[in-house]
Ligand binder design. Structure first.
Ligand code: BES
Ligand code: ZN
Ligand code: ZN
Length: 498
């Protein structure tokens, strides 16, 4: 994308779309009077009458006659001084959708119209890059009748008095965040026949080539050699090979103080012999949302290169039914050596994560964050707009929450008590069971993974509710959301700066 480094004025700008923030009290807005002076005093009248709205996230489009600006897109930001970054991000998401609908990749933002007491021009530029980049996204489809030529965001100009170097680099980072989320969305949205474990591993290899990461892919024979009974048992019914994907980003001379990001990469979850009902199965192509989140975060890390060692480990397979598939009542031995009585083959994610977590620790991870579409229970508990969390380390979790505040991705922690752990460890046959019951089962799912993190500081993120959107939202269409991509990357950046 061409981010034009030369600041424009209303006199020098030539553009498809000029984006203008509208605050309720325009007297608070810096240089407002320049605007009606350039585009006509009627604008103030229309604002007064409410024809152009200042309501939060309300868009008003205005064609312009006889100017080098073809149209103005007004975005309401309400009271202005109280506006949050989250509202601005959403507002720019809607701008991105407008640009997509107008099939234009070129636009101009008047930064000062969005600046408030608490939000600087640089902040606005970041949120604009992120928001428009996210809102502009659409899902690639396979319709034979589709003759739409896809447009891309290609050029942005700024009308501003702020420092252009700072503004343009902020915008650029915002756009890097958005592009990585969009790539994660693409992975989630891919049909399961087009994204097998092997395909996911190939994607990771490409990412490694692009950003100079060390990538290791373990195949089935190698996993058998190592005794990875968790992921292998889930894969047992499949004709597709599993993959254990490891991506290393070494920022420091020494490979120490390493953060491990662990993702569930189940490319399709039928439930196995504990088969999902037919309505529950549709959408299970997205059961690799955790893997997508981790890979998306690695893409941002590859671009921004924070000073923090990171290892990403993804366990990938599908969960299928066949004569060779694993069964309820099977007892398996995980890579850690811990044995598990399988009570439900649909509780497969925790088995995959068990081996991936053990492997991440072995690769030197001193901190662990696992991300997974793990349980329907998290949706029952928190709805579709909140990621559920567990932890074994208060301080680590608190630091993580700082990142969620920065990115606006809502995370809520649930408890993990000794009595919960007792139920995970209750089995006549093995060390653990994989399905202690349906009551509070988000906690059992995540808590099971925690058994493998052991004493390593650990955060579990259950994105079963947030990874896939049932309806369009401010920052994108329905489908894969790329949940946790931005927060994971932001957290790594914050740790690097700490
Ligand atoms: N992949 C599912 C969880 C899921 C549900 C993701 C809805 C996205 C949307 C997971 O493997 C699963 O089936 N979990 C079971 C666990 C149960 C058997 C203990 C569930 O949530 O019902
Ligand atoms: Zn399942
Ligand atoms: Zn699953």
């Amino acid at each position: 994308m061409n981010i034009v480094k030369e600041a424009k004025t209303f006199e020098t700008i030539s553009t498809e779309v000029l984006v203008v923030g509208v605050q309720k009290h325009r007297e608070q807005m810096k240089n407002w009077s320049l605007f009606p002076a350039a585009f006509g005093e009627e604008i103030d009248v229309w604002l007064q009458a409410g024809d152009i709205s200042s309501d939060e996230k309300k868009i008003t489009k205005l064609p312009v006659v006889g100017k080098t600006v073809k149209r103005i897109v007004f975005v309401g930001i309400g009271e202005g001084k109280n506006v949050t970054e989250e509202v601005l991000r959403g507002a720019f998401g809607l701008v991105g959708k407008e640009l997509k609908a107008l099939k234009t990749g070129e636009y101009t933002i008047w930064l000062e119209s969005f600046v408030t007491e608490n939000i600087s021009a640089e902040d606005v530029a970041f949120l604009a890059g992120e928001g428009t980049g996210l809102g502009f996204y659409s899902i690639p489809n396979y319709k034979t009748t589709s003759n739409v030529v896809d447009t891309y965001l290609d050029t942005v100009h700024f009308v501003t008095e702020a420092n252009m170097d700072e503004v343009t680099s902020s915008y650029e980072v915002g756009l890097i965040y958005a592009s990585a989320v969009n790539e994660a969305r693409n992975l989630v949205n891919l049909p399961p026949n087009m994204l097998t474990a092997t395909d996911l591993a190939n994607y990771a290899v490409e990412l490694g080539n692009q950003y100079d990461f060390e990538v290791e892919i373990l195949n089935k024979a190698q996993m058998e050699e190592l005794g990875m009974g968790g992921i292998l048992s889930v894969n047992q019914g499949s004709s597709e090979e599993p993959r254990l994907i490891t991506v290393k980003y070494q920022a420091k001379d020494k490979w120490e103080d390493v953060v491990g990001l662990v993702g569930k990469g189940v490319t399709y979850d039928t439930g196995g012999y504990s088969l999902k009902p037919r309505e529950g199965m549709v959408g299970m192509k997205g059961d690799m949302g955790g893997a997508a989140a981790v890979l998306g975060a690695m893409k941002i890390i590859g671009e921004t290169r924070p000073n923090k060692n990171v290892v990403a480990v993804i366990g990938s397979t599908d969960n299928m039914v066949s004569g060779t598939a694993f069964k309820p009542d099977d007892v398996i031995t995980t890579y850690s050596g811990k044995t598990v009585e399988v009570l439900n083959t649909d509780a497969e994610g925790r088995l995959v994560l068990a081996d991936a977590v053990t492997y991440a620790k072995q690769q030197g991870a001193n901190y662990l964050i696992d991300v997974a579409t793990l349980t329907g229970g998290v949706i029952v508990a928190l709805g579709n707009d909140k990621t559920g969390a567990l932890t074994n380390d208060e301080a680590f979790f608190e630091a993580f929450m700082e990142a969620t505040i920065e990115t606006g991705e809502f995370v809520w922690r649930l408890p993990l008590t000794e009595s919960d752990k007792k139920r995970i460890r209750k089995s006549d046959m093995a060390d653990l069971n994989n399905s202690p019951g349906r009551d509070g089962h988000m906690i059992f799912g995540g808590g099971f993974v925690g058994e493998f993190a052991e004493e390593t500081p650990w955060i579990h993120l259950d994105i079963a509710g947030t990874s896939d959107a049932a309806a369009p939202h401010d920052l994108g269409p329905k489908g894969g959301t790329g949940a946790m991509v931005r927060t994971l990357a932001c957290f790594i950046e914050q740790l690097a700066e700490a």
